[in-house]
Design a protein around this ligand. Structure first.
Ligand code: AMP
Length: 283
């Protein structure tokens, strides 16, 4: 496995792979790898000749009062884990390497970015598509792998790929969870022992709402039941808990085929996100 930090080094490897007609799977991450990231990498390895994993804590997707500075980082550990999952190239650039100049041109993520996480993190998805579009140009992947954990992110990136004709296919990998249901996340290291005991209530609440909605088709009641489960079983604060159509992220109606039940909850000081995607037809 090669670890490269400059765009020139990466381009050299990508050009060689392209000349040899190899398929490239790209796995963008912010590092501090866990089994969720590694599942993306293993899936990419099974479907491509070469896997490129980027490890870059992208400043442009963090708000001014968010955790950019304190976000966990450990590149030596990440490279060992990446290699164990079959990654061929780790691309770990500095902020200066990725953003040497600011010509003032910005990408806007649009309607899908105004709700859910976008409502409480203005500009977050603009930063995401900025870095992801750069990574797409740099790695020239055949397939790019993203986790359903960030379902809104996947929906927005798929829109970008479609609207701007990126010559690649997005692949989504299901959420990898701890044994008690908590979605794996680099931010779980922030949880105190007390927080960690409360955190599984988020996934429990999503399942309660899903079953309730499937039986009654009453979204308000389903959301109320899930809200009650979180407020009774945690000291957390709900940022949002919503049922929307997926991937367009619009209101549910009779025609909706696939639903996204998504939430963000502050447990202690840590903002955790989780979701379920499920079919509303043919069951
Ligand atoms: P991050 O490093 O948090 O930006 O995540 C990098 C990629 O890994 C994103 O596509 C995430 O959706 C994905 N990911 C993070 N956590 C999980 C998880 N628990 N299960 C599946 N994919 C995940």
């Amino acid at each position: 496995m090669k670890v490269v930090t400059t765009i020139a080094q990466l381009k050299k490897l990508v050009n060689a792979a392209k000349q040899a007609n190899k398929t490239i799977g790209l796995v963008p991450t912010m590092g501090y790898l866990h089994d969720g990231h590694l599942t993306l990498a293993r899936t990419a390895k099974s479907e491509n000749d070469i896997v490129i994993m980027s490890v870059f804590v992208n400043p442009t997707q963090f708000g001014p009062n968010e955790d950019f500075e304190s976000y966990p980082r450990d590149l030596p550990r990440d490279t060992v884990l990446a290699e164990s999952a079959g990654v061929d190239i780790v691309f770990a650039p500095s902020v200066e390497e990725m953003y040497p100049t600011d010509g003032g041109i910005k990408l806007l993520a649009g309607r899908q970015a105004t709700i859910l996480c976008g409502a409480s993190r203005p500009g977050h998805f603009d930063g995401v598509i900025q870095v992801v579009s750069k990574l797409f140009h740099l790695a020239e992947p055949t397939y790019a792998y993203f986790g359903q954990k960030d379902a809104q992110q996947v929906a927005i990136i798929e829109t970008m790929v479609r609207d701007f004709n990126f010559p690649l296919v997005i692949k989504t990998v299901p959420i990898v969870r701890e044994e008690d249901g908590l979605a794996k996340s680099s931010r779980n290291v922030y949880l105190t022992e007390h927080d960690r005991k409360e955190a599984p209530a988020i996934y429990e609440a999503l399942n309660i709402a899903k079953e309730s909605y499937k039986q009654t088709k009453d979204a308000a009641q389903a959301i109320a039941q899930a809200t009650a489960h979180i407020t009774t079983n945690t000291s957390g604060r709900i940022d949002y808990l919503q049922l929307l159509s997926y991937p367009d992220l619009a209101e549910i109606n009779d025609q909706t085929e696939t639903a996204l039940l998504a939430t963000a909850v502050y447990i202690g000081k840590t903002r955790l996100i989780d979701n379920l995607i499920f079919s509303l037809k043919g069951e």
